[in-house]
Design a protein around this ligand. Structure first.
Ligand code: BQF
Length: 326
């Protein structure tokens, strides 16, 4: 009895001590940083137009009726209009064949009015995603998913870089997070987010991609949970892109580490019965030990959209200068 109460007394005192000692992580407000970037892009576009460059045009292709995909494409259209990029969405039924989709892409590739093309992923199961990504012309591939853009990124060559990892890089730079020689862990091994993220984190900052010079570990579904925790605890920067609620917990975080949550999960709020977005990181707990942390929503997501606009301007600029030089 005495021991119990003594223990609980010690526990509550030590908790208070820890609470006093702990500095809450700095919040990485991607929403507001993305808004600033859109403002800069608006200005940049204005200047570009005075040089005679035609108004950039982005065509998004969406196949089927996935609700999240529709929302994402709608977000992108709103963002384009805000900065003055012309845009349209081509909606194709879920029954569209791969050949039909390839045909649509071929026409857009040839259309000189179209400066950027994106095929919203995922595509239906009967369509091969890799075939589709590779079909988009390398210079119009504003998602950066084409094999040539991905290859160029891996080889430190200038390319259209996938928007999410590019957005994460911008966030790290915005907060002056040290990466050179630091330990970074990427959790997840998707080709569209984690792979280009790992390349950007580990590549040489002296080259075209101005990469981040970190020591990088990629963890994935076959990494045993204990090993995942060990790698994460050793990391100065953690980027999580898995899609598993609560995957990253407080005990896996080195104090002061920078935690970037790319996960987007829709969960039901038991209190209100409504759905809400949460990431892969146990935000409320992890923020007590991390140095920096991104929220979900409002963290990486808005940066992804801003970087898509950046890529569309970049593609437009290159096409304009290529046309004028030959
Ligand atoms: C926010 C995406 C998984 C699979 C395919 C803002 C977006 C999301 C969240 C958004 C995403 C995720 C996009 C927030 C585009 C990011 O406020 O937190 C914007 O529109 N995204 C996509 O096009 O395809 C995906 C995630």
């Amino acid at each position: 009895m005495w021991r119990r109460s003594l223990e609980s007394l010690v526990f509550s005192i030590s908790r208070r001590y820890v609470a006093k000692e702990c500095n809450m992580a700095q919040l990485i407000d991607g929403k507001s940083i993305a808004q600033d970037i859109r403002k800069q892009l608006t200005q940049e576009l204005k200047e570009l137009l005075t040089t005679g460059c035609p108004v950039p045009h982005l065509t998004a292709v969406i196949v089927g009726e996935d609700e999240a995909s529709k929302k994402y494409v709608a977000n992108k259209m709103v963002a384009c209009r805000e900065v003055g990029i012309s845009c349209e969405t081509k909606k194709l039924p879920a029954s569209t064949t791969q050949e039909e989709l390839l045909d649509v892409i071929a026409k857009l590739n040839k259309d000189p009015q179209v400066s950027g093309i994106l095929v919203q992923l995922p595509v239906p199961d009967h369509i091969n995603e890799r075939t589709i990504c590779n079909a988009v012309h390398v210079d119009k591939d504003v998602d950066g998913f084409n094999e040539q853009n991905m290859g160029r990124l891996a080889l430190d060559m200038d390319s259209l870089v996938p928007a999410t990892p590019l957005g994460v890089k911008r966030l790290l730079e915005h907060f002056n997070i040290e990466t050179l020689g630091r330990n970074a862990v990427v959790v997840g091994r998707s080709k569209n987010v984690s792979l280009p993220m790992a390349i950007l984190l580990s590549s040489d900052g002296r080259y075209n991609t101005k990469a981040l010079d970190a020591t990088v570990t990629i963890c994935h579904r076959h990494t045993p949970p204990k090993e995942l925790a060990r790698y994460c605890r050793n990391a100065d920067i953690i980027v999580v892109a898995v899609g598993k609620v609560g995957l990253i917990t407080k005990d896996m975080i080195k104090p002061g580490a920078c935690v970037i949550d790319v996960g987007i999960n829709r969960i039901k709020d038991e209190k209100t019965g409504t759905f809400k977005l949460v990431g892969d990181v146990d935000f409320d707990e992890v923020r007590q030990v991390a140095g920096h942390i991104t929220p979900v929503p409002g963290g990486v997501g808005p940066m992804t959209v801003a970087m898509l606009l950046h890529n569309t301007l970049k593609a437009s600029k290159k096409q304009f200068s290529d046309r004028n030089s030959c």
